[in-house]
Design a binder for this molecule. Sequence first.
Ligand SMILES: Nc1nc2c(c(=O)[nH]1)N[C@H]1C(S)=C(S)[C@@H](COP(=O)(O)O)O[C@H]1N2
Ligand SMILES: [Mo]
Length: 437
Amino acid sequence: MMKKKKGIHALYAEDPIEADRRLWGRVSHAESRRGFLKRSAIATMGMALGGNIVFAHHMPAGLIPASLAHSIQPFEIPGKDPGLVVLNDRPLNVETPAHLLDEPITPADKLFIRNNGLPPASLNVDQWTLSIDGESVQKPKTYTLAELKSRFKSYTYQLTLECGGNGRSEFNPPAQGNQWTVGAVGCPAWTGVRLKDVLQDAGIRPDAVYIGYYGKDVHLSGDPEKVVISRGVPMAKALEEESLIAWAINGEDLPLMNGYPLRLVFGGWPASTSGKWLYKISIRNKVHDGPKMEGDSYRVPCEPVAPGTQVPDENMCIIESMPVKSLITYPRSGARLSQGKKLDIRGHAWAGDLAVKDMHYSIDFGITWQPCTLEKPANRLAWQQWKAQLTFPRKGYYEVWAKATDSEGKAQPMIVPGWNPKGYLNNACHRIAVMVV
Ligand SMILES: Nc1nc2c(c(=O)[nH]1)N[C@H]1C(S)=C(S)[C@@H](COP(=O)(O)O)O[C@H]1N2
Ligand SMILES: [Mo]
């Protein structure tokens, strides 16, 4: 199954038109991705999907049908739901299928894992400390976990955590790295202290520009001197009310793989800024320059480039707030529905530092869009719930597409946006397959 799925994605990534031809035995009438499918091909595709594709005349060529694109192979990991999918086991990278993200508050066992190295070899939580240092700290300080919990007021916020590479599998030419589909995202309730309270306790010099984190994980080489990843955020983000040094998810200790016993959480920013196994924060007088702050890491071309372009370092910009995005979490892709029945769909939508203003769905490959009901977030930087009730004109295969619009009027694109060397920021519409029988 895993192999088959990779096969299909690789085939379409190389040459979508040829992939169409090989799989469905026909040629699209235009040589571009914007061509449409031939009638004979549509019939073959419909047979493979188990029903006639009702809006096939709108279906772009070179599009992998959602019912095939999102097939997954479960693989078990301790402490995590057996339905999560392992993309890599060294370092461990695990994503959550969309239908397992249905709850408004993501349970800890359903939160994705993205490790760049190996989790800490040993954890002495009683001795765990957090230090604040750097060029721009007034007085370097070290706190025990107990001091952090007792000296500062604790806060709980639901914060959306999404890997900058979520959606990478759809870029063409393909980008190296974990081939995340849609599930490197979650929105649990995090409890901890405000980063700003701790930074201010140590004292921030006026020349402070950025913070950089350090975690206790181990470099893949095993070299104890090598830092796995050390990223951060500008002071303005660090000092926001919702920026937390957290020790709990949904009222319980962080799972080991999600940074136990202490981590940063910056809702709405690439999750690579949310340092795990946190033991030190440096207040920097310049943009932090730890491993994975430079080059192509978590950076994208400042201006759009043609797919495959080599972009010089000075034209790459650090990813800050993530773009508007949404998920259909119910039903699961591949749902079957009796003709004449209504289908309730639902999911979440989020927009980096912004809020989501509108939510729409389409059953005709994006030709027409209908509004969904959209709820307010539990707090700033939490994802929002949306739902809709759908009817289908006749029996056959459909795709339901979902599109969110942020508070500045920016909407999700229907196809993969802005190619970049490492395949970040794919916020294309999520889609599921639905068969009306
Ligand atoms: N110390 C440390 N922090 C880290 C990482 C890491 O490898 N080591 N990975 C980062 C990346 S790239 C992501 S996407 C998030 C993932 O958080 P999660 O594993 O809790 O889902 O953690 C970030 N913080
Ligand atoms: Mo990430």
